[in-house]
Design a protein around this ligand. Structure first.
Ligand code: GUN
Length: 291
């Protein structure tokens, strides 16, 4: 039987309307308007698009958005000084430094300079470290991984004891999603470019999270019947039949995989919209930390 489609756009709309109500409630009771500062360094076109969508989403739910742009030639000190200024700004509850940073900048030190109470991306080494440790809780969880878990919990009564396979070990998605799955008591296997027998490992997965950035790498016959498939990949492939000359596909061959999966996210419109919804939720929580 063909899989049911996990409509991330619809789920994200629901979360965004809850955040909007939460912001309105704060303001009604005399509390501050939450504020998110975005820091964009350099001119990566995709980063510009992502940051613009984050700013627009803030405005739609009543969160103040403060956009900062620095040239690709900005020094480490300039970037960190801007972050420090935002740490001290009482109107800013969340700070998002869009990644990747231009070559030559030390990402870890930039992320470390963000106050953990304003780390709405959850990438500060302390927040990630807490995510990886038993009995510790991060203040914030990275947005795309949080979106993946949100979707999984909508489809499965519990994740405990299930075999979860994560394809990719990036700091932004693969590794934190694997850590979150461990916290849900799933049995987690992390695969990457050096993994052997990938199809056989994926065939064991009750849950598959694909985040490798390789178009349609996962074939339909890799999917265990009934598995839940979360496809984080967003890849452009040439398609002359489309007005733009390309179309977007995930890391999973959707048409094949949906014949075996029980639930599957489409690309676009799957995990992507959840990333921004989670960022808004984190920013509202950051404001509440100060109440
Ligand atoms: N680059 C790709 N995804 C993200 C994200 O979730 N946050 C930031 N800051 N940069 C990214």
């Amino acid at each position: 039987m063909a899989a049911q489609i996990l409509d991330g756009k619809k789920v994200a709309e629901q979360i965004r309307s809850e955040v909007k109500a939460g912001v309105a409630e704060r303001v009604k009771t005399g509390k501050s308007v939450p504020g998110l500062a975005t820091v964009l360094v350099g001119d990566n076109p995709a980063s510009h698009v992502y940051v613009a969508s984050k700013q627009k989403a803030c405005q739609e739910v009543g969160i103040n958005s403060f956009g900062y742009e620095l040239p690709a030639t900005a020094s480490q000190v300039e970037v960190e000084d801007l972050v420090k200024q935002l740490n001290a700004d009482p109107n800013v509850n969340g700070i998002l430094v869009q990644l990747p940073l231009p070559n030559g900048l030390d990402e870890e030190n930039v992320l470390k300079s963000i106050s953990i109470e304003k780390d709405v991306d959850g990438f500060h080494p302390i927040n990630i470290g807490r995510l990886a440790q038993k009995g510790r809780d991060p203040l914030f969880v990275p947005c795309t991984p949080a979106g993946c878990i949100h979707l999984l919990k909508m489809t499965l009564p519990k994740l405990e004891g299930l075999n979860a396979v994560v394809l990719g070990r990036s700091n932004i998605v693969g590794m934190p999603v694997a850590l979150l799955l461990v916290r849900e008591n799933a049995t987690v296997t992390i695969c990457h470019s050096r993994s052997k027998n990938l199809p056989d490992i994926v065939r064991q997965a009750d849950i598959l999270v694909a985040a490798v950035g390789r178009p349609e790498m996962v074939k339909g016959d890799w999917i265990k019947p009934g598995a839940v498939v979360i496809d984080v990949g967003i890849n452009r492939i040439d398609d002359v039949s489309r007005p733009k000359g390309y179309r977007l596909v995930g890391d999973v061959a959707f048409d094949e995989a949906k014949e075996n999966a029980s639930w599957i996210t489409p690309v676009p419109g799957g995990v992507g919209p959840l990333t921004i919804a989670m960022l808004l939720q984190n920013t509202l929580r950051a404001a509440a930390l100060l109440d």
